[in-house]
Ligand binder design. Structure first.
Ligand SMILES: [Zn+2]
Length: 434
């Protein structure tokens, strides 16, 4: 290897200027320092952070903090997923995934095509650190020197992106799933490059269901088919996570059936809210109040939003359409959310049709009587609510698909409650018994 090549290798490993490294190397060789020793000393000079102006300190992944401006890390690429994003007016293909060593895992975004694949052990010199949601993330870009290690690092994490639908969260990248296509429809949307056809629907597996969008319709994605999808990503849409299948995803038909679990995930309210949004979830709790805007309501015929006194905020004076809705606050002791019931579920809890509600309101000359009757019927009772949960700064809304009075036997619950007191804390049980 010529001096030129050694200099080039060092410069690329250390992320420093080649001419600078070359002149240093030349000096050392002229002083009869063996080439390997010379390179070692330059690696120390530029690489360990003590040389001044060199590559940043080498860090364990667990020790990377959002306060670091840049770091040097060695780790195993767990996932590497391509995605196209629009950045400052241009389309960029980026690679996103997770990098691990034996201390932890960190998300990364590569702005250059380094050719990363799952299982590669790499050293990223001068990777910049940014904060995302309170956690550090690595940016691998122009100023990053990236080298592939010969040996492979042992890490206590699974390599590859295989996941169950129930485990997917907004922001997940380079995900691989094996799913049944439960629902699928072809739609035309106004994309950024004109009208374009997409597929959207619902995927299912043993663990649950999630909505999806397929931006470049894959022929394998068809209702009733079972498919393996590699390199999908998860993004929020209308408050719930959605699987995105892009032009960079690979879709193959599976030669087997995928059972779609009938059981939905039941969670504590607090746990469900912490997910930040979940497509199919069930909570059990008491209705503690029925909020304003429940019962008999009117919607704008243009935008279908709820209107007050015939006034739509966007469309002004309109002839409203009558509808039924309930917004019920459900509390299970860990937290509260608003269950939103559509017209059909509202008819069930009201115990009548829209016509009945209109007649009751006419007779009372007040439409609040409909909400009042619903309050009387459901407040204080326990319900099992299943649906799509979205969480935003205004709170947690559970768009109910089913809303059924909990079938728990109240007598048994009372007995269990008393038993739990008997075996519980001494001081408290005294008080309750007395
Ligand atoms: Zn309107």
């Amino acid at each position: 290897m010529e001096l030129e090549d050694h200099a080039e290798e060092l410069a690329s490993d250390l992320g420093v200027d080649k001419e600078e490294v070359k002149s240093d190397l030349q000096n050392l060789v002229e002083y009869s320092v063996p080439i390997d020793e010379a390179k070692g000393s330059l690696r120390r000079k530029y690489g360990d952070g003590s040389g001044g102006g060199g590559a940043p300190e080498s860090k364990d992944i667990a020790d990377i903090s959002p306060e670091d401006s840049s770091v040097t890390v060695t780790g195993v690429v767990l996932t590497a997923g391509k995605r196209s994003i629009r950045y400052q007016g241009d389309d960029h293909v980026i690679v996103e995934g997770r990098l691990a060593d034996d201390t932890g895992v960190v998300d990364y975004t590569a702005w250059e095509d380094f050719g990363l694949s799952p299982g590669d052990t790499i050293t990223a010199g001068n990777a910049s650190v940014r904060e995302w949601d309170g956690e550090p993330e690595l940016n691998l870009g122009e100023s990053t020197s990236l080298s592939f290690e010969d040996g492979s690092l042992e890490v206590p994490y699974e390599i590859g992106g295989d996941a169950d639908l129930a485990d997917l969260r907004t922001g997940d990248r380079a995900v691989d799933v094996e799913v049944a296509v439960v629902e699928c429809e072809r739609r035309t949307i106004d994309g950024r490059d004109g009208e374009t056809e997409i597929l959207s629907g619902v995927f299912g597996d043993e663990s649950g269901r999630l909505p999806f969008t397929n931006w470049e319709p894959a022929p394998e994605i068809e209702e009733g088919n079972a498919v393996r999808i590699e390199n999908a990503y998860v993004q929020e849409f209308r408050g719930v996570p959605e699987v995105n299948v892009s032009e960079f995803s690979t879709v193959t038909e599976l030669g087997r059936e995928v059972d779609v679990g009938a059981d939905t995930t039941t969670m504590d309210v607090a746990e469900a809210v912490r997910t930040g949004g979940i497509y199919d979830v069930e909570v059990v709790g008491n209705v503690i109040a029925v909020r304003d805007g429940s019962g008999l309501i009117q919607r704008c015929p243009e935008c279908y939003r709820v209107i007050q006194k015939g006034q739509c905020r966007t469309h002004g004076d309109v002839d409203g359409i009558d509808d039924l809705r309930v917004k019920a606050i459900v509390d299970d002791g860990t937290g509260a959310l608003t269950a939103v019931l559509d017209d059909e579920l509202t008819e069930d809890v009201y115990g009548g049709t829209l016509e009945d509600a209109l007649e009751q309101a006419r007779e009372a000359m007040d439409q609040e009587v409909v909400a009042d009757r619903i309050r009387e019927r459901i407040v204080g009772r326990e319900y099992r609510v299943r649906g799509h949960l979205s969480v935003d700064e205004y709170g947690a809304n559970l768009d109910a698909e089913t809303f059924a009075e909990s079938d728990d036997d109240p007598e048994r619950r009372a007995r269990e409650f008393l038993e739990s007191i008997d075996t519980g804390d001494e001081g408290e049980s005294e008080e309750v018994k007395a």
